[in-house]
Design a binder for this molecule. Structure first.
Ligand code: ADP
Length: 259
């Protein structure tokens, strides 16, 4: 379980003396095995929140608790374990992979860092992950720049899974992909969530993707969570005028954009 308590993050605005509250006193709890989506326009504070939730950024105030432990206060081995348990998958798949490494080496990295399997078990696990991600085995010897955008994304997810995480956080992870590739990846995530009972937190500026994937949708605006609803297929649950505006803008596509 992840518990976010009265969490804020302030930045200094570049070139001015102004402070900017990117995340503004946010509270929520993510239950194990849930699939949550966080929706908001660019600059609303989503990525900052994701980085706070993984311990990559320290909060200005408030806390993020993972299994009862304050992420920002973890040090040494505890921090390393925590990093492996909450994996962040970013939009830029290629940029997130070392260009010198082959796909095999990229996926093997978390196994070697966190798990210390024998060579044989490591190889079997990497083959299983490639199968799960619907990637051909021959891809193992290729490097990131030799892969398509969709393949890069699948390799990033395989690498995250190799660390055996409890939580996957996706930050605009399917932005920039072709519609069909995106649909394949989204369906793969749904399957992964169902089969592995993995906790997923999916950040997107597309409300239609959030509705397609998640059973809970949070809406962020100007650093605040302005709406947080369990979603059972009907958009009637959303009441905030801003969410209604977002819904209105996708109304012509609802139910058919990614079918
Ligand atoms: P989103 O992911 O919703 O696009 P971000 O979390 O990236 O939003 O950014 C929220 C706000 O915080 C933006 O105004 C952005 O310019 C600002 N911001 C993000 N990171 C930094 C930083 N390292 N230094 C200063 N301002 C930042």
């Amino acid at each position: 379980m992840i518990k976010v308590n009265n969490l804020s993050k302030e930045f200094h605005e570049q070139g001015t003396r102004n402070e900017l509250l990117a995340v503004d006193h946010v509270d929520f709890t993510i239950q194990d095995g849930s699939f949550c989506a966080l929706v908001g326009e660019s600059g609303s504070g989503k990525s900052t929140l994701a980085q706070l939730m993984c311990g990559l950024l320290a909060p200005s105030s408030g806390e993020v608790l993972f299994e009862g432990k304050n992420i920002a206060l973890c040090r040494g081995k505890q921090k390393q374990v925590l990093r492996s348990k909450i994996q962040l998958i970013l939009q830029d798949g290629k940029g997130a992979m070392d260009p010198r490494f082959t796909v095999y080496q990229i996926i093997a990295e978390p196994i070697r860092n966190f798990r210390k399997l024998t060579k044989k078990k490591e190889e079997r696990e990497i083959n299983d992950l490639l199968t799960m991600m619907e990637l051909p085995e021959e891809i193992k010897l290729r490097k990131a720049h030799e892969l398509s955008g969709g393949q890069q994304k699948r390799v990033c997810i395989a690498r995250a899974l190799a660390a055996q995480p409890d939580v996957l956080i996706f930050d605009e992870a399917v932005s920039g992909l072709d519609v069909l590739v995106r649909k394949h990846i989204l369906d793969l995530l749904k399957r992964l969530h169902q089969e592995r009972k993995m906790t997923c937190f999916f950040i997107t500026h597309d409300l239609d993707i959030a509705l397609y994937l998640a059973d809970r949708v949070m809406v962020m605006r100007c650093g605040k969570i302005i709406e947080d609803r369990t979603f059972h297929g009907s958009t009637d649950c959303f009441t905030h005028p801003y969410t209604k505006l977002l819904l209105h803008s996708i109304a012509p596509y609802l139910g058919q954009t990614i079918q």
